[in-house]
Design a protein around this ligand. Structure first.
Ligand SMILES: NC(=O)c1ccc[n+]([C@@H]2O[C@H](COP(=O)([O-])OP(=O)(O)OC[C@H]3O[C@@H](n4cnc5c(N)ncnc54)[C@H](O)[C@@H]3O)[C@@H](O)[C@H]2O)c1
Length: 431
């Protein structure tokens, strides 16, 4: 790239949870083209509407970012940042098809000397093994000659208003030193946090999957302990509070691991490990442990039904929260949705409420719509799966009013209701 940084045009490919906030942040200083393959999304963004909750209406209304679904608009970009999905397929193997297609598009519209930066999460080696060959084949140039490459994994935490694109320190890697220096300057100009240069693209790719896999492994340990202590009638949250008084105890909690990152990225590492002839036993066991949590919760519910002398068909469950985590509308790989499906398969009546989820999306996934959270009927079990703020700030009366009888049970999966401070006692279970 020969130009001064001030004059460059940046293309953002993929305007979702990662790409949109980044495009808007860059647009405060640079000319930015925001490209997404989904025309409907682009039309909505042009009208100031978006569905991730990661940018404000005001930011969207004031941005100079030009939203487009025409890939030829990328022709003028000096730097193209790719933030498209990298999910897993039905066999839990990496699905790189979005990344490959996006790379083909970028390659077909790549300006001479441009830098392509990947932010999508991949296994170590994917950028060089998968993306560079596509770019070289379509542009007819070799990397380092006609174009260059960088990798900068995104670390945003959806729903977190403190740790955002601008305030999280960012790793950057470049194909060569010139590219690395350009990317350090580029990201450094929009971030309020440090930019950390990394020795190679592979190291940056590995760092990202390692960060998320570490969380998966630690949560799996908590989930195992939760199941053990449940059998021993020991409250795991009391144990964690006690253990947490030690200076080097790491605070993790049991819970459902879903979403687009923590429940997916370890499979990328597992796949790559297998390809190089290594069996990552710990990572695989932890992933399986977390993937089984939905079944564990459903078994717990059927046990409660037995204790209440109710058959599955008689049991009524109100599910509060169906997204993959609290205060975000993202339904991808939501374990709450898996739990709803498993309950319905068992013939259990389920009413769902979720004030932040998209109603149509939930209906499409579960074959049933959601109710307003203050209009739920009474139930034998109130299952607070995803503690959105709207649920946790309700007074205790909200929960009492939903319970069908004195025997009915509140399941507060993540221990977010302070029921020890409630005036009226209830049957209660938490992980
Ligand atoms: N969501 C997160 O919290 C998070 C955090 C860190 C990293 N990541 C990683 O970032 C990447 C993107 O994740 P996301 O959550 O933003 O996904 P997303 O689904 O919210 O957004 C991706 C966007 O890319 C678009 N897209 C798909 N194919 C395209 C193509 N060929 N050309 C142009 N646009 C295309 C989709 O229409 C969508 O709007 C993934 O690799 C993910 O693992 C996500």
């Amino acid at each position: 790239m020969d130009k001064q940084l001030d004059d460059i045009c940046i293309g953002m490919v993929g305007l979702g949870y990662v790409g949109l906030p980044a495009a808007i942040a860059f647009a405060a200083l640079y000319d930015v083209i925001g490209y997404d393959i989904e025309k409907q999304k682009v039309d909505a963004l042009r009208k100031g509407r978006e569905g991730t909750g990661e940018v404000t209406e005001e930011e969207l209304a004031n941005t100079t970012c030009r939203f487009t679904s025409d890939p030829s608009d990328l022709n003028i970009c000096d730097v193209i940042i790719v933030a498209v999905p990298t999910p897993i397929d039905k066999n839990n193997r990496p699905d790189l098809s979005y990344l490959e297609k996006a790379t083909e598009t970028v390659a077909s519209h790549l300006k001479d000397g441009a830098i392509v930066v990947y932010e999508s999460t991949v296994y170590p080696g994917a950028t060089e093994e998968i993306c560079i060959p596509i770019l070289e084949r379509i542009t007819g140039f070799s990397v380092g000659e006609g174009f260059s490459i960088g990798y900068s994994p995104e670390r945003i935490n959806p729903g977190d208003k403190k740790n955002t694109f601008k305030t999280i320190g960012k790793l950057v890697a470049g194909y060569d030193q010139v590219t690395l220096d350009t990317l350090i300057a580029l990201y450094g100009s929009v971030l309020e946090a440090p930019v950390y240069p990394v020795a190679s693209i592979k190291v940056a790719e590995a760092a990202k999957v390692v960060e998320n896999t570490q969380r998966d492994v630690n949560i799996a340990y908590m989930n195992e302990l939760a199941q053990l202590f449940d059998k021993m009638d020991i409250d795991i949250f009391e144990v964690l509070a006690a253990a947490g008084t030690k200076w080097n105890f790491i605070p993790f909690e049991p819970g459902l691991v879903g979403g687009h990152c923590i429940s997916v990225d370890p499979y990328y590492l597992i796949e790559k490990a297998k390809n190089v002839g290594f069996t990552p036993a710990l990572i695989s066991t932890a992933r399986n442990q977390n993937a089984k949590m939905g079944k564990y919760i459903v078994d717990k519910i059927t046990n409660v039904a037995n204790e209440l002398n109710l058959t599955n068909r008689e049991l009524k469950v109100n599910v509060l929260g169906v997204t993959f985590k609290e205060n975000v509308p993202d339904l991808r790989n939501s374990m709450a949705i898996d739990i709803v499906k498993l309950l319905k398969e068992k013939g259990i009546h389920v009413h769902m409420a979720d004030p932040v989820a998209n109603e149509e999306e939930v209906e499409e996934m579960c074959g049933e719509g959601i109710s307003a959270y203050h209009e739920l009927p009474s139930a034998d079990i109130v299952l607070l799966l995803v503690p959105h703020n709207q649920f946790t700030k309700q007074p205790e009366e909200y929960y009492h009013a939903m319970l069908k009888s004195e025997q009915s049970v509140i399941i507060d999966l993540k221990n977010r209701l302070s029921i020890d401070q409630w005036n009226k006692k209830v049957n209660y279970w938490t992980l």
